[in-house]
Design a binder for this molecule. Structure first.
Ligand SMILES: Nc1ncnc2c1ncn2[C@@H]1O[C@H](COP(=O)(O)OP(=O)(O)O)[C@@H](O)[C@H]1O
Ligand SMILES: [Mg+2]
Length: 388
């Protein structure tokens, strides 16, 4: 095969950070080469994949965890079921090494609730001795961008089990009957292996319901889902995630042992997220307080994108004062800031400063504001007293 040395180098590079999608594609390439009679090349690719599988199987993490769930071990070579019509994989497998190690930041009550689920899994053996077992299904719901997917992946990291991640809208097919078959295939795959089944964007099914032509098909899909969730409730661990909990069928809702609502971040959590995302830059206290004031009511994902943008501007526009930098952000990101705060940021200086000073949820002093706006405190003080 022409240019095989480059293809081989590409595969080796990709396998330095293996995922099930990469393994799947290299397996396809290997099969295609074999079919065309390129035996030597196919064998080389096979060798590359085998060494990856071995190194993953030997990783100590795989040995420690597995008593918890029954089933075969997943490896990067495990074939993933595909949609028969489009050949797209029905799920993605995420192994322990690629799961996030940093916990998402939540307020204490949510944190404690999650900790209690984790403790059940950590004490699996203790529980089995008294014929009890951990919660096997969990529904995580809340506004978009609040860290739900991150949370589910982090839970998996904590109990050291790979994730089979399926986006439900990806299972829905335009071909009649195929969606139900996809769901069936996904669940039998998940039940065969030791894994956490993560059903992301669970509301995709409910959205279909608005289409009057699809009524019969949806009924079938919901029924298949219910049957599969029931069957799995005795064995695996399933996490469902939805942004639109009100769209979920109550029958589906009831299938989950535990339901956790993830709220928008509180002022305290916003403060911590801003500090976390801005590293290695360390904004000072008034800057963090001002950012928190600006972005109050936004999701964690919005906060992350504010900080990403801010880091760039902060590094480039060294002459601009902090208040004006944030004013520019407010113009460019109108959807991320409440209309009240936007109005104040777009209005005259004095009005903005006076409302900061009088906001009882924050503790701004005139000194803070003079620093943020880059004007001497005496000037600010005169300016404010004129307008009082
Ligand atoms: N509470 C949080 N703590 C840490 N990171 C967060 C939080 N909320 C959102 N994020 C970050 O925002 C991005 C989107 O989060 P994600 O988990 O995909 O949200 P969701 O699934 O709720 O829509 C991710 O990069 C995530 O790390
Ligand atoms: Mg998500």
């Amino acid at each position: 095969m022409e240019h095989f040395s480059i293809v081989q180098a590409l595969c080796r590079t990709a396998l330095a950070n293996p995922s099930s999608a990469i393994m799947h594609q290299i397996q396809r390439l290997k099969d295609a080469l074999e079919k065309e009679g390129n035996k030597k090349e196919a064998k080389i690719l096979d060798g590359l994949m085998t060494s990856v599988s071995k190194s993953i199987e030997m990783a100590p993490s795989n040995i420690r965890r597995s008593f918890i769930l029954s089933g075969e071990e997943l490896t990067p070579r495990t074939p993933i079921p595909v949609d028969k019509e489009s050949s797209t994989p029905l799920a993605e497998v995420i192994f322990e090494d690629n799961l996030p190690s940093a916990p998402p930041l939540f307020s204490d009550n949510v944190k404690f609730a999650i900790e209690s689920i984790l403790n059940e899994w950590r004490n699996f053996e203790k529980l089995s001795k008294i014929k009890a077992e951990p919660s096997r299904s969990c529904l995580i719901y809340g506004a978009p961008g609040t860290g739900k997917t991150h949370l589910a992946l982090w839970i998996a990291k904590q109990i050291k089990i790979p994730v089979v991640l399926a986006k439900l809208d990806g299972l829905m097919s335009s071909f009649l009957g195929t969606s139900s078959r996809n769901i069936g295939n996904l669940f039998s795959f998940a039940s065969r292996y030791k894994c956490i089944l993560l059903l992301d964007e669970f509301d995709a099914i409910a959205k279909l319901r608005n289409d009057p032509q699809e009524v019969g098909e949806i009924k079938r899909v919901v029924n298949t889902l219910l049957q599969n969730l029931d069957a799995r409730s005795q064995t695996g661990f399933t996490i469902g995630i939805t942004n639109h909990e009100s769209l979920l069928d109550p029958a589906i809702w009831r299938r989950f042992n535990v339901q956790i609502e993830i709220p928008k971040p509180s002022i305290d959590v916003i403060n911590k997220l801003l500090q976390k995302f801005s590293l290695p830059i360390e904004f000072n206290k008034p800057q963090i307080e001002f950012l928190t004031w600006v972005i109050e009511g936004a999701s964690g994902a919005d906060i992350e994108s504010l900080v990403k943008w801010l880091k760039k501007v902060y590094a480039i526009e060294t002459n601009m004062d902090f208040v004006n930098i944030i004013r520019r952000f407010a113009v460019l990101n109108s959807g991320r800031i409440s209309s009240e705060k936007r109005g104040l940021l777009n209005g005259p200086d004095t009005e903005l400063f006076l409302s900061l000073l009088s906001d009882i949820n924050f503790n701004f002093s005139q000194k803070d504001i003079s620093e943020l706006a880059g004007i001497p405190q005496s000037t600010l003080s005169k300016q404010l007293s004129k307008n009082k």
